[in-house]
Design a protein around this ligand. Sequence first.
Ligand SMILES: NC(=O)c1ccc[n+]([C@@H]2O[C@H](COP(=O)([O-])OP(=O)(O)OC[C@H]3O[C@@H](n4cnc5c(N)ncnc54)[C@H](O)[C@@H]3O)[C@@H](O)[C@H]2O)c1
Length: 262
Amino acid sequence: MQSTSGSDKVGRVLEGKVAIVTGAGSGVGRATANLFAKTGSNVVVVDLLPDRVSQVVAEIKSSGGKASGMVMDLSIGTEVDRMVDETLKSAGRVDILHNNAGIMDGVRPVADTTDEVWEKVMAINVTAPFRASRRAIPSMLKQGGGVIINTASVAGVFGGIAGAAYTVSKHALIGLTMNMAAFYGTKGIRCNAMVLGAVNTNIGVGGQPNPLGMEHLNKVASMVPRMAEPAEIAELALFLASGRSSYVNGSCIVIDGGWTVF
Ligand SMILES: NC(=O)c1ccc[n+]([C@@H]2O[C@H](COP(=O)([O-])OP(=O)(O)OC[C@H]3O[C@@H](n4cnc5c(N)ncnc54)[C@H](O)[C@@H]3O)[C@@H](O)[C@H]2O)c1
């Protein structure tokens, strides 16, 4: 399976749109922030790490795109609220909310999952998307619509592809996606999830790998056809963000190169 990119043919499908991309300092978020900017969006680059934020804002600007940066820890609820509030203040609207930031859990089974790991994974992978959506939806309703894209995982569909906390968090994120799609779809807000397989990013396994978890993960990982490049995932995010997916709502689209069809 070859890696190809079709974005050059897409044009400026996001012209004039304001997009928040979380976890935009690396991997999937970085590729998506760049592609959203290239296709006309004004992108708010959000990440925990200041150097990554500056770098991505600089790369977007040097290619002629529009971007601003926000350094924040999305495990803190009030910071998530601030992200949306400051965007509304500076840009006047949020058209696209891409809840993408996420962390792994060291592939820990339940008995090895500490309160600290559980709470941190839930805070970043579930509560932050919930809070950001809760904050952005009223303004989307007022402006007549918007798009929410959540970055989920095949670990949110199956049981044994990550540790307990990560698996539960991504199942929850898929539930949140479908709930928001059901309740706001008729009000002009589309909400979808990207269900990723293995992508070549900096995420790692999230700390000290757990032996029992890794034993299982290594078995299923041996079936991965190849790792995706982040730019290949960004193509799906662009489709979901643009009007080209106007009838796609509540979908959790698997993008795993065929890994989980076996
Ligand atoms: N890479 C994969 O194989 C894979 C597979 C399935 C799903 N995913 C999901 O894709 C999404 C993006 O991950 P990635 O693979 O690009 O990883 P990555 O680590 O390369 O990028 C994630 C970014 O999120 C940022 N981040 C982490 N915690 C944060 C916090 N508290 N506040 C603000 N920013 C924070 C990191 O600094 C990093 O820049 C995640 O939700 C992840 O769960 C990734």
